[in-house]
Design a protein around this ligand. Structure first.
Ligand SMILES: *[C@@H]1O[C@H](CO)[C@@H](O)[C@H](O)[C@H]1NC(C)=O
Ligand SMILES: *[C@@H]1O[C@H](CO)[C@@H](O)[C@H](O)[C@H]1NC(C)=O
Ligand SMILES: *[C@@H]1O[C@H](CO)[C@@H](O)[C@H](O)[C@H]1NC(C)=O
Ligand SMILES: *[C@@H]1O[C@H](CO)[C@@H](O)[C@H](O)[C@H]1NC(C)=O
Length: 536
């Protein structure tokens, strides 16, 4: 199904094949934006941030970190301005956004925040902001530090380099505008798989920079899988040291991005099982001899719940989020069926032959432990599909490619909250503009009631890493993930592909400007400032 859909994507005509105008359009598209005819020169090298925070103090470090960071980003822009003589005599010089040279200069950015400062982004985070650009300068208003962050990103994106035809930057301009903006969905996530290939810290941070630019707010970290267990939780062998994981969590926090760790069980535990005898079920052949293979976690071994408690307690100390992802996908029953101790145990517990009940016993125990440790939880859809009894507050992530709208309908009809990822698996690649396919998927097209629609809290785009490592990770991710970012942030009626085409191109250029290895989205094109290896 998924592959078929991608082939349809390829039949869409290829990109514009020219240099689309660079107008400072915003990605994802704001809910309301009124662009005025006045234009201002932005004195990028001398921007002064004026925080007007009622409850200012050390706990407002997200805002203070952001003003420092954005000060640097704008300084880096201003460093690209060439000395005046170089372009003064260039007859092909483009003078301005509106071809009028003499503009007032603005250099102040006032940040108004009446609310209290939150330090940790949680599932309840609010991101509404207003932004105004006029003769008095730039003003960003928000009730929360997270809204201030989103507003600063919009300001960065609205800033346009005015170029000569010879490729020199003359100045930066910004149009007068009023923006009122907030996300359509609360949960806008990206799943990073660091189990199939080790992804170095520099790549993870580059990814998080790109997530911030696209106003994603969840980094779902698929740390552990069959192939590796690269997590040092003080008790088990490792690849990412605890201090490294904490550094990533902190890097994401100040960018308003939650880090939701995943520990996938009872399937996909191959690597964890190597360090934990008795965790995985021993599989047997028809003659009752061990096959040498290990299956899903053994729900009948009570020690395994101590192991889960140890890991989850450690997670709680390292990740600040209110959610953990407990996996639950692709649990094969074959190995459980082959193991006589397991069937004996099931007989004693009156569930002989009912392997879904055995799975339920594992999941129920793990959910209870998770609750006791202090996390809420997300599970992959199989836990729901298999009819496992789960808590009403469980979030179900729809990922299987077969009729995800039907699954969304079923999950929400049953009263559970849903997260959508099926249409957004970026590891499937094809020739051409596949972002259009991601862009066109409407998560609420399942004929639900208003109450059922409200249970769809958002979605996640996933880049499984069987075929990606540090050498190609970021370019495969961006700007294809940007299509999902706009679907999850912008209004439902933002569906104009032609409009998106010009804006996603600018978004790619902007990500390059910040040193992010985003690939061309849309066929032949050029950026005002082409990508160079930078020192970010
Ligand atoms: C069942 O458990 C016993 C005791 O732990 C063990 O010796 C035996 O090998 C197990 N049998 C199977 C089929 O796993
Ligand atoms: C999990 O907790 C619920 C509610 O307290 C309880 O009914 C259930 O039996 C527990 N599950 C297990 C496997 O202990
Ligand atoms: C999905 O739901 C529609 C409408 O109820 C139904 O016609 C269709 O057969 C369903 N598809 C699957 C595969 O269940
Ligand atoms: C939604 O309704 C339309 C028209 O009745 C139907 O064709 C479609 O299959 C439905 N989709 C789902 C997911 O139920």
């Amino acid at each position: 199904m998924q592959i078929f859909a991608f082939l349809i994507g390829v039949t869409v005509s290829q990109g514009p094949g020219y240099n689309p105008p660079y107008t400072g359009s915003i990605w994802p598209k704001p809910q309301f934006q009124d662009v005025r005819s006045e234009v201002f020169t932005l004195d990028a090298g001398n921007i002064k941030f004026i925080p007007q925070i009622i409850h200012d103090g050390p706990e407002c470090d997200v805002v203070h970190n952001a003003t420092w960071r954005y000060g640097q980003y704008f300084k880096d822009l201003s460093n690209r301005i060439k000395p005046h003589e170089e372009f003064e005599t260039d007859p092909r010089r483009k003078r301005s956004l509106n071809n009028n040279d003499a503009h007032p200069t603005v250099s102040t950015v006032t940040l108004i925040m009446p609310g209290t400062c939150e330090r940790i982004p949680l599932s309840t985070m609010e991101e509404h902001y207003d932004l105004h650009v006029d003769g008095a300068g730039v003003t960003i208003y928000s009730d929360t530090v997270w809204g201030i962050l989103r507003g600063l990103q919009t300001l960065f994106q609205a800033t346009v380099p005015i170029m000569t035809k010879s490729g020199a930057v003359e100045k930066f301009e910004i149009a007068g505008m009023a923006v009122q903006d907030y996300p359509r969905f609360h949960h806008r996530g990206f799943l990073m798989d660091t189990a199939r290939h080790f992804q170095p810290i520099s790549v993870i941070k580059e990814v998080i920079d790109g997530l911030e630019m696209n106003k994603f707010n969840v980094f779902h970290w698929h740390l552990v899988d069959d192939q590796s267990f690269p997590y040092d939780c003080n008790h088990f062998p490792h690849v990412y040291a605890i201090e490294t994981v904490k550094d990533i969590v902190e890097y994401a926090r100040v960018r308003g991005i939650r880090v939701v760790p995943e520990f996938d069980t009872p399937g996909h535990i191959g690597a964890a099982a190597k360090g934990q005898p008795g965790l995985a079920t021993v599989c047997y052949d028809d003659d009752g001899k061990p096959t040498g293979l290990l299956g899903p976690a053994d729900p009948t071994n009570e020690k395994n719940y101590d192991f889960m408690r140890t890991i989850l307690t450690d997670f709680k100390n390292v990740f600040h989020d209110d959610y953990v992802h407990l996996g639950g996908d692709e649990v094969g029953f074959g190995c459980w069926k082959s193991n006589k101790n397991i069937s004996d145990w099931m007989y004693q517990h009156n569930i002989a032959g009912d392997y879904a009940k055995l799975e339920e016993y594992w999941v129920s125990n793990v959910l209870n432990i998770t609750k006791q440790v202090g996390f809420n939880y997300i599970v992959w859809e199989e836990v729901f599909d298999n009819g496992v009894q789960i808590d009403p507050e469980t979030v179900v992530e729809v990922w299987l490619p077969y009729h995800p709208l039907n699954t969304t309908r079923d999950v929400t009809k049953a009263g559970f909250r849903a997260l959508i990822s099926s249409p957004w698996y970026l590891d499937y690649i094809s020739y051409g503009r596949d972002w259009v396919y991601y862009y066109n998927y409407e998560p609420l097209a399942f004929n639900g009631t208003k109450a059922e629609e409200d249970l769809v809290i958002g979605g996640e785009t996933c880049l499984w890493a069987e075929f990606v490592d540090a050498s190609n990770y970021v370019s495969r991710l961006f700007p294809r993930a940007s299509a999902v970012a706009e679907r999850l942030w912008s209004a439902r009626d933002v569906t104009d592909i032609k409009d998106a085409q010009a804006r996603i191109h600018q978004m790619k250029c902007r990500m390059n400007l910040k040193g992010i290895h985003a690939e061309p989205a849309d066929g032949p094109s050029a950026c005002p400032i082409e990508f160079e290896r930078a020192n970010y």
